[in-house]
Write a protein that binds this ligand. Structure first.
Ligand SMILES: [Zn+2]
Length: 366
């Protein structure tokens, strides 16, 4: 529920004559979303969002109640800094409504020409949970890259769940400081210091994903998993490597027991075959399909192999390293980033694994 703020209805209408969008993502959720640098015409809308954020106990440096004049004074100064090249303020608009804002404070220290501070990131309560914040932060990261900033730092209050939002976006936790700041409605709250190293390269393009192709290759991986179980009595996990051109270049299934090899996981076997097929230890642009979320060993091997994308079926709450237990694949310290997609035919993959273990224990299948 959006907190009503008196006297803050004025929202600058965005027209096609406004500034060029900084960054857009071509998925449906953001079809109408425009992310553009803030201008003086946006001060009322920005001030309303700031007052609303503070009123809903959001930690952005102010105490409740925040008078509109104070909010306007803050944004006026911020936009002056933006004009001087010391700050970047972006706004996310949809249908003339300001949904979110975020700023980059461009650190001026001569010893830190590569660092910027992510600050004053706010999403209107009504727009939360719709991915707008994530798109805005990615746009800020892109601006940081364009300004030659490679290291982003921020502090996020531990109270509102902002830390998990940044974690999902690849931000690393340095530590927590207790009693860091008063919450707008009172009471001291702890803060978490977080950071992210941006790739110097262009940001990874989110490729249009064809669900039907993903499912077709996952079916292939499921067939291999079945083979592992039926022919070799191995844990049913199968993997397929598909080249950038769409060709299957590697197949694998668990062979630990058969080969007396602790590293013979399906992913490793499939990547070994793909390496042979390409006569190259780097599988650049390839996609790996696997029926179960990769473990830490396989996740690291995927990074070493420069796999572009990993698609898995069932999540593995015991050893999964694509976010379930560890987040080896998403660790921002890697030079190479792997795009991850989980849950493709996940129920089927999970059911087969469950039945394998139930059969071993003489329990009825599900
Ligand atoms: Zn593994």
């Amino acid at each position: 529920m959006r907190v009503p703020v008196p006297g803050t209805r004025a929202v600058a209408k965005q027209t096609s004559t406004g500034p060029t969008p900084v960054a857009m993502e071509d998925n449906q959720a953001s079809a109408q979303l425009r992310i553009v640098p803030a201008t003086a015409a946006d001060i009322d809308a920005l001030s309303a969002l700031l007052v609303e954020t503070v009123a809903s106990n959001g930690s952005v440096g102010f105490m409740h109640p925040l008078p509109m004049e104070q909010a306007r004074a803050f944004w006026t100064a911020a936009l002056e800094e933006a004009g001087q090249g010391r700050r970047v303020v972006l706004c996310a608009w949809r249908d003339g409504e300001l949904l979110a804002t975020g700023s980059l404070a461009l650190v001026q220290a001569p010893s830190q020409p590569h660092r910027a501070e992510l600050t004053k990131v706010m999403t209107a309560p009504a727009a939360r949970g719709a991915g707008v914040g994530a798109i805005l932060v990615r746009a800020l990261e892109q601006v940081a890259r364009e300004r030659g900033r490679r290291l982003l730092t921020l502090d996020a209050s531990l109270v509102e769940g902002a830390t998990s939002f940044y974690r999902r976006l690849g931000y690393h936790t340095t530590g927590d400081i207790p009693e860091y700041a008063y919450k707008p409605l009172g009471g001291l709250g702890a803060t978490r210091i977080m950071w992210k190293l941006l790739d110097a390269r262009e940001p990874m393009r989110v490729t249009a994903v064809d669900r039907a192709i993903d499912e077709r290759h996952m079916c292939h991986a499921l067939d291999l998993a079945e083979r592992a179980e039926k022919e070799f009595d191995e844990i049913p996990v199968g993997a397929v490597v598909v080249s950038a051109a769409g060709e299957v270049i590697g197949e694998g299934w668990n062979r630990n027991i058969l080969d007396h090899d602790p590293s013979a996981h399906a992913e490793i076997m499939a990547m070994r075959q793909a390496g042979q097929a390409l006569s190259n230890h780097r599988l650049v642009g390839a996609t790996l399909y696997v029926t179960l979320e990769p473990c830490a060993m396989c996740a690291m091997a995927l990074v070493h192999a420069r796999i572009a994308r990993v698609v898995y079926g069932a999540a593995d709450p015991k050893t999964g390293a694509c976010g379930s237990v560890f987040d080896v694949i998403g660790d921002p310290r890697h030079n190479h980033r792997v795009q991850v997609q989980g849950g493709v035919l996940g129920e089927e993959a999970g059911r087969r694994l469950t039945n394998y273990f139930r059969a071993k224990r003489g329990k009825p299948l599900v």
